[in-house]
Design a protein around this ligand. Structure first.
Ligand code: AMP
Ligand code: GLY
Length: 434
């Protein structure tokens, strides 16, 4: 089977690496990919993975390439091409593409759609409301004591959520987006939610329109610096599983979220084939969905796929075809950890082109895999090319052992200005079952 993966970050490197282990896959392409992806090979036939220089959001060129090359399956990594309708475009050409259609991708692309859907079907979510009038928005924020999350409706490149702790902060967000339109049309409507306290975890479920196969919990670290300080990032590190929910609690959480969600999808004719990633706050009153994403998390994928024992090609094929098995997914009993190494300046303007050393030495540690997020290869030398550069991932019997391995691998890697968190997993290490 010929497979195309769309995207070029750490998530896509993990997807390509796992797909390359499938005996079904004979040819593997990635658009645009990255230097780490280009150095992978398909396990059973030794064929190299080909990177195709087409941007993940350049739909016309992607479609033209696929019309010519006829991949048997196209796997979409990032959210933007999904929101732009890449899957619909491929399907219109008679091409099989894995990921939700444009309508189904609204769970992530529209905060208003997600909030109203959760209310309609009784999915546990923060109390909230939708506003088109800034004065009404401000009054609602005041009714929450100013402690609220203000969320712009449309695509806002990850900058569309402000967590506010008082009325002045809430009013500033409302003013910036609804009145000054700093996010453009994305700020015309906002969702305002009560601010919830608790532990935040990532859930993932693979869906085929009828069923949803749940993954274990994982946890990302969104702030740049240790102790969850500094600016928000795309994610600085993950681990899987987390200790916060035992098996029964996890099954309950999925039942509370996925059963009404599937029912709602059926009622509204949404045929969701892809990955649903609810970002969940574990509160004293139970789990609450803060957001829905419609794709694999990054860097959650790196820890999930190093533990997954199923054939990923078979799963994604069945998800696209509407024929997922009912058997639960199989996971290694080990714990996986991913430490993100980022460029100087990230998440703002960052440096590029810094030589990277120690990659081969890091991967000599058994159980360590280094996924590339933003690298290039210039005259045989690895160099930095993105904000997030590498995801150093390690598998070991428990969290302390996986952390020790991952950080030992990190110590072998160097590039100028390299930033990373030294406290990945800190909540799990301190946590005690209540
Ligand atoms: P979202 O993209 O909606 O998940 O928001 C981004 C981040 O803002 C989340 O990962 C949370 O850390 C935080 N957040 C969003 N909504 C809430 C809420 N209602 N209460 C507390 N924190 C929130
Ligand atoms: N890990 C955060 C995200 O993928 O949105």
């Amino acid at each position: 089977m010929k497979v195309l993966v769309i995207g070029g970050g750490g998530r896509e490197h993990a997807l390509v690496w796992k797909l390359a282990q499938s005996p079904h896959v004979t040819d593997l392409y990635c658009a645009p990919g990255n230097a780490g992806i280009a150095s992978e090979r398909i396990r059973h036939n030794g064929a190299p993975v080909h990177c195709v220089p087409i941007g993940a959001e350049d739909l016309p060129t992607l479609v033209a390439w696929a019309r010519e090359q006829r991949p048997d399956l196209t796997v979409v990594g990032p959210d933007n091409p999904l929101a732009l309708g890449v899957v619909d475009r491929f399907q219109a050409e008679g091409l099989r593409a894995w990921g939700p259609t444009r309508v189904a991708a609204q769970f992530e692309a529209s905060k208003v759609f997600a909030q109203q859907f959760m209310e309609r079907y009784g999915i546990p979510a923060p109390r909230g409301a939708v506003f088109e009038d800034p004065r009404a928005a401000s009054r609602y924020a005041a009714s929450l004591g100013g402690r609220c999350a203000v969320k712009a409706d449309g695509l806002a490149l990850g900058k569309g959520v402000r967590v506010c702790r008082n009325q002045a902060e809430a009013d500033a967000a409302i003013e910036d987006w609804m009145v000054r339109r700093l996010l453009g049309p994305a700020g015309a409507r906002v969702v305002i939610q009560e601010l919830l306290e608790g532990i935040e975890v990532s859930l993932h479920a693979l869906c085929d329109g009828r069923t949803a196969l749940p993954f274990p919990t994982s946890q990302d670290h969104k702030r740049l610096k240790d102790g969850d300080t500094g600016p928000n990032t795309g994610g600085m590190g993950t681990y899987c599983p987390t200790p916060f929910l035992d098996e029964t609690q996890l099954a309950q959480a999925y039942a509370q979220i996925l059963q009404p969600w599937l029912k709602g999808c059926q009622a509204e004719g949404i045929d969701f084939r892809g990955l649903l990633y609810p970002g969940v706050m574990l509160t004293a009153n139970g789990p609450r969905v803060l957001e829905f994403n419609v794709r694999f998390g990054d860097p959650e994928t790196q820890v999930y796929l190093t533990r997954l024992e199923n054939d990923l090609f078979e799963l994604l094929w069945a998800s696209a075809e509407g024929s997922l098995p009912s058997a639960p997914l199989r996971w290694s009993a080990q714990t996986s950890v991913c430490i993100v190494l980022a460029s100087a300046g990230y998440p703002g303007d960052y440096r590029k082109g810094c030589p990277i050393s120690g990659l081969e030495e890091a991967e000599q540690i058994p159980g360590v895999k280094v996924f590339h997020a933003g690298t290039d290869r210039v005259n045989g030398q690895w160099v930095t090319k993105g904000g997030r550069v590498l995801g150093v991932t390690a598998l070991a019997p428990d969290l302390p052992a996986a952390l020790q391995k991952a950080y030992a691998a990190v110590e072998r890697i160097h590039f100028d200005g390299m930033q990373y968190r030294r406290d990945i997993g800190h909540r799990a290490l301190r946590w005690q079952r209540p």
